[in-house]
Ligand binder design. Structure first.
Ligand code: AHM
Ligand code: MG
Length: 316
């Protein structure tokens, strides 16, 4: 077995970048432990506040954010933390070289039903400022807290999966994830159909027609409602995830956040051979104007994403 520490030591990246990733991994190990015990300790409850986006925070959102902050404060390589749970970026170390942008506990609306949730993060060069496009990410990862705890990590050349063992060490279990180019599964919140644009409506209708439709095959719909779980399934066996711009989210720019949800997931999917788009441009090409900016997200198996891109290019 190869532990995360041994694997990181073998990567040709700045050791401080590796240590930044290791700090986030250590935070994930602690969050996994908290999640296992949360119901027993009465922590599956709402927190008193709302986050910057006006969303009700869960106690575990706040606890997870505090755990990340604690681990990053102990690492002088980290200059700035951008978190979904914090309105302002936190300046950590004056000498730090890296920015972490994170959603410490994504999918937390699923906590009371014991469905997979996750920590998503992106690593950026602090010398280039906070508002960098996803193409500038130095590393991207998520930890999925499911039946197993998986850390899925890329520095941009390959995607590796680590599984947490019973003594709290991440062990390498897959060193070259590839997203199959074709798929017969799509993931979208179909309860939002009345808000969809023409491209999304056409794409989903083509799929649900089955064998007589465009692709001549039957599709299944899979939607956990927890992005980490949905993206993890797509990385492992293919599929497409859509949270498009719709008539309800249009004023906000979308549902999901660019810096700590869309960008890291897009980097992982693209490094594994998939594609990502907002419908109009590659997610990784979007230049942010604000740290909590939202963006439409379509990503997954290349052939399916290309079909959606084609529909957007013709629907104006
Ligand atoms: P969160 O960051 O507040 O947890 O929201 C993000 C989640 C994603 O995990 C998921 O894909 C999406 O929101 C679900 O949205 P919906 O409420 O439309 O099902
Ligand atoms: Mg979130």
């Amino acid at each position: 077995m190869t532990s995360l520490a041994d694997w990181l030591a073998g990567q040709s990246v700045d050791p401080k970048l590796a240590s930044t990733v290791a700090s986030m991994a250590a935070a994930s190990v602690e969050i996994a432990g908290v999640l296992r015990q949360a119901a027993i300790k009465g922590q599956v409850v709402l927190a008193s506040g709302t986050n910057v986006q006006g969303e009700q925070q869960k106690a575990l959102d706040v606890i997870s954010n505090d755990i990340v902050l604690k681990h990053l404060r102990e690492n002088a390589a980290v200059s700035i933390l951008i978190s979904e749970e914090l309105e302002e970026a936190v300046h950590l170390s004056n000498d730090g070289k890296y920015i972490i942008a994170t959603d410490p506990l994504d999918g937390s609306s699923n906590l009371d039903v014991n469905v997979t949730v996750g920590t998503i993060f992106s690593v950026l060069d602090a010398g280039k400022g906070m508002l960098q496009p996803g193409s500038a990410q130095l590393a991207a990862a998520y930890t999925a807290y499911g039946p197993a705890t998986n850390l899925v990590l890329t520095f941009g050349t390959s995607v590796a999966v680590f599984t947490l063992d019973d003594v709290g060490v991440f062990q390498l279990t897959d060193d070259e994830v590839e997203v199959p180019p074709a798929t017969s599964e799509f993931a979208i919140n179909t309860a939002r159909e009345r808000f969809w644009d023409e491209a999304t409506t056409t794409y989903v209708r083509e799929n649900v027609v089955g064998e007589s439709g465009r692709a001549g095959k039957r599709y299944n719909m899979r939607w956990v409602g927890s992005m980490v779980a949905d993206v993890h399934r797509i990385l492992m066996r293919g599929g497409i995830f859509l949270y498009p711009l719709d008539s309800e989210t249009v004023t906000k720019g979308g549902r999901l956040r660019l810096l700590y949800e869309a960008n890291p997931m897009a980097m992982l999917i693209e490094t594994a051979g998939g594609r990502s788009t907002t419908g109009k441009q590659g997610i990784l090409d979007v230049v942010p104007t604000a740290i909590h900016q939202r963006v439409p997200v379509i990503l997954g198996s290349a052939e399916e994403v290309q079909r959606v891109e084609q529909l957007y290019s013709t629907s104006g």
